[in-house]
Design a protein around this ligand. Structure first.
Ligand code: GDP
Ligand code: MG
Length: 299
């Protein structure tokens, strides 16, 4: 538990080791809460503490986050970034690419205000969304004002990683001529704001209009839609200020709670002591799925 004290005091290596401990389920957030209740009760809540920046690979999330980190640190805001990579091992290409893109941390002026960690979800044992949720809660408790989760917006686990945060921002690129697909609409339904990046390329404002239209045609109340270019800096200041002040419209509340409930249920199954035994019984046919659910529900 010395480790936790060191992390609370801001030691980066200790923070990294606590996060790894949570990731590998060597200990639980509950244990930390029992031993250090005061850090969890003294939190000064901003209007939000965690935000997901989500969208397809290549739309420019990392480049945007880099610019946002610079803006927020210049305002004295301590921000942690958890970059979720569903596929690559920790040393793999995508993560290396991200490290190159996040330049804010190399700036002596800002480095104490920024913490970056990548999570290779394929390697994690247990349920990725809940691991991320525990990490966010811990980082907030030890004084990181805002936690950004970077995640690709496709795949159930990734959507759930976004749904555990207080706010969700969906990043899009310029129009590719296919409008707003059904799969994308599901993610947009969760968005508290939409950023259409690469405004320096033609088709970006057209895509922003398409998105606006699809909200008006049934996705519900239109959230802020902001055009940016992480390349030229256009719209960046507006976006980073808007995100800091982003209100909870309540529009996506039910959809988020649905994902959180499913994630919690998944954790209950994955972390049950009885899971192995239940799977064995299912495999030899001695119990039914219904029995299995009953057994899992007993804890
Ligand atoms: N033209 C243009 N390219 C951009 C912009 N933002 C990012 N890129 C490029 O898009 C590619 C993917 O960016 P990255 O931030 O890694 O995307 P991510 O996968 O969403 O994190 C990189 O080659 C960037 O240089 C932008 O605003 N305009
Ligand atoms: Mg990225």
């Amino acid at each position: 538990m010395n480790l936790i004290t060191e992390a609370i005091n801001g030691d980066r290596r200790a923070i990294a080791r606590v996060l790894s401990g949570l990731e590998n389920r060597n200990f639980s957030l509950e244990q930390i809460k029992v031993n250090f209740p005061s850090i969890f009760s003294n939190q000064v809540r901003e209007n939000w503490s965690s935000i997901a920046i989500t969208g397809a690979p290549g739309v420019g999330k990392s480049c945007l986050i880099d610019k946002i980190l610079i803006d927020w640190s210049s305002k004295g805001i301590k921000t942690a970034l958890l970059a979720i990579d569903p596929s690559s091992p920790r040393t793999g290409g995508a993560l290396l690419g991200d490290r190159v893109r996040i330049t804010a941390i190399d700036n002596e002026k800002y480095k104490d205000l920024i913490y970056i960690r990548s999570i290779a979800t394929r390697k994690s044992s247990g349920s990725a969304p809940l691991i991320v949720s525990d990490m966010v809660e811990f980082l907030s408790a030890i004084g990181w004002h805002r936690v950004i989760i970077e995640t690709v917006g496709s795949g159930q686990s990734e959507v759930r990683c976004a749904a555990i945060t207080d706010r969700i921002v969906v990043v899009e690129g310029p129009a590719r001529g296919d409008g707003v697909q059904a799969e994308k609409a599901g993610l947009l339904e969760l968005a508290d704001a939409v950023i259409v990046n690469k405004s320096d390329i033609s088709g970006a404002s057209q895509h922003a209009s398409e998105i606006k239209e699809s909200f008006e045609l049934g996705l519900g109340q239109t959230p802020p839609i902001i055009l940016t270019s992480a390349l030229t800096g256009e719209g960046i200041e507006q976006a980073s200020t808007a995100l800091l002040e982003l209100e909870d419209t309540g529009r996506s509340k039910k959809a988020k709670w649905r994902e959180r409930l499913l994630a919690e249920y998944e954790r209950k199954i994955l972390e049950s002591d009885k899971l192995d035994e239940i799977l064995e019984k299912l495999a030899i046919g001695s119990i039914s799925i219904k029995d299995a659910l009953k057994l899992l529900g007993d804890d």
